[in-house]
Design a protein around this ligand. Structure first.
Ligand code: 5GP
Ligand code: ZN
Length: 136
């Protein structure tokens, strides 16, 4: 839906969402801190993974850093190990969900043109069926 809006409207909506999330109202922070419900499938001291509320594939898991990082644009050099860990956990969960062999897709939407809606960095793990290709 978002992709059909004019570019300036997408940017405005993104700006408003970012302001909203900066006001410590972040739903993913709440899920990480057990202040909001989600089906958690993995948790450690660095990351939390839970099922997407509107799955776009038979397996649709979101893997998020436990600390609030807005997007890939906000990653610092000190976050490199954390960013790598998101991928390790994705690989582990793909095996656990039995989609590793069949194949899966990892997506990190960043900013208005990519339709980022939640301004807490997250890796989408999608699989369990054939996905349209090419993307974009
Ligand atoms: P984005 O477009 O920002 O990359 O994707 C955000 C994702 O978060 C969407 O797929 C959306 O369905 C999911 N989502 C939004 N709010 C919630 C929530 O409260 N709980 C869960 N589990 N997923 C959510
Ligand atoms: Zn957050």
């Amino acid at each position: 839906m978002v992709q059909f809006l004019p570019a300036f409207l997408r940017r405005l909506i993104t700006l408003l969402l970012r302001v909203y999330y900066n006001m410590s109202n972040c739903i993913f922070c709440k899920i990480v801190n057990n202040e909001a419900n989600a089906t958690i499938v993995y948790r450690d001291e660095q990351v939390t993974a839970f099922r997407d509320i509107h799955p776009a594939a038979p397996t649709h898991i979101l893997i998020v850093p436990n600390k609030h990082i807005e997007s890939v644009n906000s990653l610092e050099v000190e976050d490199e190990a954390l960013a790598g860990h998101l991928f390790s956990v994705a690989s582990q969960l793909a095996a656990q969900e039995e989609i590793a062999e069949g194949g899966y897709r990892l997506i990190v939407n960043t900013g208005p043109n990519a339709g980022q809606m939640i301004f807490h960095l997250h890796l989408h793990l999608l699989g369990g069926g054939y996905m349209r290709h090419p993307m974009g």
